[in-house]
Design a binder for this molecule. Structure first.
Ligand SMILES: Cc1cc2nc3c(=O)[nH]c(=O)nc-3n(C[C@H](O)[C@H](O)[C@H](O)COP(=O)(O)O)c2cc1C
Length: 653
């Protein structure tokens, strides 16, 4: 991977390789706008992992209407300077450069954080239907100064440059886009006018910080927004890139999408392949001479290398890849790509950010916990035996970490291969092979750790007792819920997991009961099988796919619409017979009958409490992990439970 590890320049900024970590907001900053120990440790770990450049998460530049989060970095307060300088110092130790991303969310900000007030270039409703106030010329002038002075403060804190966030539907993107910007003054109308604000900021920064202080522009070269025909098209995006180059930008960081696209295109779910929109990046590369940076849903270093070989970009952005494995670069450099825990595109990171206020990673339980879990856990196993029951994600994580701590680990798996929920999740569609890759990486970790693996072995209390273990870790997953509905024993009733695992083949008219992720993805899977003639999804809840992360929901629904799947939200299964399934409408109790050759149950999972109790009564130290503990679960929670339990396990306490 010669090209990936070649040095390169952005302006006068020299980078040790061609990989940059794209800007990603974590929620780890302090409420005062300073980096916390948690944030510093998180970034330092990525620098230690070898990445050439880190673009930070968003800095706010305005505290009146520019707050995107309650805890966001902020450079304009001089009190924050020492902590920000510490941040750059901790990154520079490893030869990594750090650029601060300057941001204003415009009409996408949360009004609650901004005194109820949202602003934008024009009074055009945002995705929630809220109409922002149109910024006045005085406010624009003030905002411009705030961007410029933020850059000056970042320079004082020893940042190597700044990046203007003009992408994803935020304020500067709104100015660029004719769909959000309908001003009739010098900041709206023509492309030149729409580019004016970011360019004035860019040139203002150069004037204050000096021509050699790198200013990078991240913008959406294509908004992919079918609902807004005036949004930025690729053709216009290329013109915008040329305008930024002419105005003195040091590099273009090509992104795409806006808020109306629900993150589908700029932060792809597992539905997308690596490099699916590389042509858009290449279009910019072909049009400008300054360095082009681009993220392209990159999971694997080998693929990143091909982008450089094909001249798609000069620097490859690896965002979530760095959340999932801070050693992405180091492992690539040392020929250990197979050991990289690769992003699965499951969106657990952004979903956590939106729901609990900070990001977590399904693949990497240490993400955001670097300050508390040191890289190497205490190695004090001293060969004492432990048993791990279940070889799914939780079991594999627990087994390898315990073995690395020096315990004598025996991992029991009832199936004839490791994988569990990851194998099931990865089997529903070709694009879900990202889950299978994670399975393979975890299995490799188990192998390298030296843990003993007993496949095809359903461990009971006696089998485990024979080991005389100092700890028992139960990661045996959960059992499908089979409710006592009349006709549930009918031969046409099958379990979703059996369909996914290929144990049962369905055909003809198929009804799926339950529309959580398992039900939805089973539907997607069988919809591709030609022998399914009619497909229906039934759920008691008022919405099909309730609780799914929006961009995952959107992609699954799009695929199901393509096969004309029928949806029955708000319907409970009443009974099943040889002809089909009778449902009751929750709202009014009316009944509906659907003919069915097969009824697939995807009604959730429940832990095997009797089995857990038997182990608990026999052994002193029993740890119940993942779905064995709470079902249905999440891969992220399973891996994280297992990591923490194995890290903290102490047979003497
Ligand atoms: C948790 C999370 C937070 C993000 N925050 C930002 C941000 O602050 N600024 C930004 O420009 N992009 C942000 N992004 C988008 C990423 O920079 C990147 O463009 C996207 O994740 C796609 O690249 P990847 O496939 O390499 O992850 C964020 C993405 C994630 C997953």
């Amino acid at each position: 991977m010669e090209k990936l590890f070649a040095k390169g320049n952005i302006g006068k900024m020299r980078l040790k390789n061609r990989v940059y970590m794209t800007a990603m907001t974590t929620g780890f900053a302090g409420k005062n706008g300073q980096p916390t120990d948690q944030l510093l440790s998180y970034y330092e770990e990525r620098a230690k992992g070898g990445v050439g450049l880190i673009v930070t998460e968003i800095f706010k530049v305005n505290t009146v209407h520019g707050n995107a989060l309650g805890n966001q970095l902020y450079a304009l307060d001089p009190n924050n300077l020492p902590a920000l300088a510490q941040m750059t110092a901790r990154i520079h130790r490893y030869g990594t450069k750090m650029v601060a991303q300057l941001h204003h969310g415009g009409s996408t900000n949360n009004p609650d954080l901004n005194g109820g007030r949202l602003v934008g270039p024009s009074a055009i409703p945002n995705i929630s239907g809220i109409v922002p106030e149109e910024l006045t010329l005085e406010e624009i002038a003030e905002l411009k100064q705030q961007f410029i002075m933020s850059a000056a403060m970042c320079k004082a804190a020893d940042f190597d440059g700044v990046q203007l966030h003009c992408a994803h539907g935020y304020l500067l993107c709104e100015f660029l886009s004719a769909s959000a910007n309908q001003r009739d003054d010098q900041y709206g109308g023509s492309l030149e006018n729409r580019c004016r604000l970011p360019i004035e900021i860019l040139q203002g920064i150069k004037a204050v910080c000096g021509p050699d202080f790198p200013v990078l522009i991240r913008f959406s070269v294509q908004e992919y927004d079918p609902g807004h025909p005036n949004s930025i098209s690729l053709e216009e995006g290329v013109e915008i890139a040329k305008a930024f180059e002419a105005a003195g930008a040091d590099a273009i960081d090509v992104s795409c999408g806006n808020y109306f696209t629900m993150y589908g295109e700029n932060m792809e779910t597992y539905h997308y392949e690596q490099g699916w929109r590389k042509d858009a990046t290449k279009a910019v590369k072909d049009a400008v001479s300054i360095p082009v940076m681009g993220m392209n849903n990159i999971k694997e270093p080998e693929f990143a290398e091909t982008l450089l070989e094909e001249g798609v970009c000069d620097f490859v952005g690896v965002g979530r890849g760095h959340i999932a494995d801070p050693q992405w670069v180091r492992k690539a450099y040392t020929g250990r790509s197979a050991e990289i825990r690769k992003c699965m595109g499951c969106m657990y990171c952004f979903e956590s950010l939106l729901s609990i206020g900070y990001a977590r990673c399904a693949a990497n339980p240490r993400m955001g916990r670097e300050y508390s879990f040191r890289e190497q856990p205490v190695k004090n196993g001293d060969g004492r035996p432990v048993a791990v029951i279940g070889g799914g994600p939780a079991g594999m994580q627990a087994a390898s970490l315990l073995a690395n701590r020096g315990f004598d680990v025996t991992l029991f798996e009832a199936q004839d291969a490791l994988g569990g929920a990851l194998t099931l999740a990865g089997s529903t569609a070709p694009y879900k092979n990202k889950m299978l890759k994670m399975r393979d990486t975890l299995a490799l970790e188990v192998e390298k750790s030296g843990a003993k693996v007993c496949l095809g072995t359903k461990a009971d209390v006696d089998t485990v007792a024979a080991l005389n273990p100092v700890g028992v870790f139960i990661a045996a997953g959960a059992k499908p819920v089979v409710p006592p509905i009349p006709g549930i024993d009918n031969a046409k009733v099958v379990l979703a997991n059996d369909v996914v695992a290929g144990k049962v083949k369905v055909s003809g008219k198929v009804v799926i009961a339950g529309s959580g992720l398992t039900g939805m993805e089973t539907a997607e899977m069988i919809s591709r099988q030609g022998d399914v003639t009619e497909l229906s999804l039934v759920d008691m809840l008022p919405q099909i796919g309730a609780g799914l992360y929006p961009s995952i929901y959107f992609n699954v629904m799009r695929n199901l619409a393509a096969c004309n799947a029928q949806m029955y939200p708000g319907h409970a299964v009443k009974c099943i017979d040889d002809k089909g399934i009778t449902m009751t409408k929750v709202e009014d109790g009316s009944e509906l009958f659907l003919e069915a050759d097969y009824v697939i149950l995807a009604l959730g999972l429940k832990p095997d409490k009797a089995m857990i109790q038997a182990f608990d009564e026999k052994f002193d130290r029993v740890y119940v992990l993942g779905e064995a503990n709470a079902a249905p679960g999440r891969i992220g929670i399973s891996i994280s439970d297992a990591y923490i339990a194995a890290y903290c396990f102490d047979p003497e306490a």
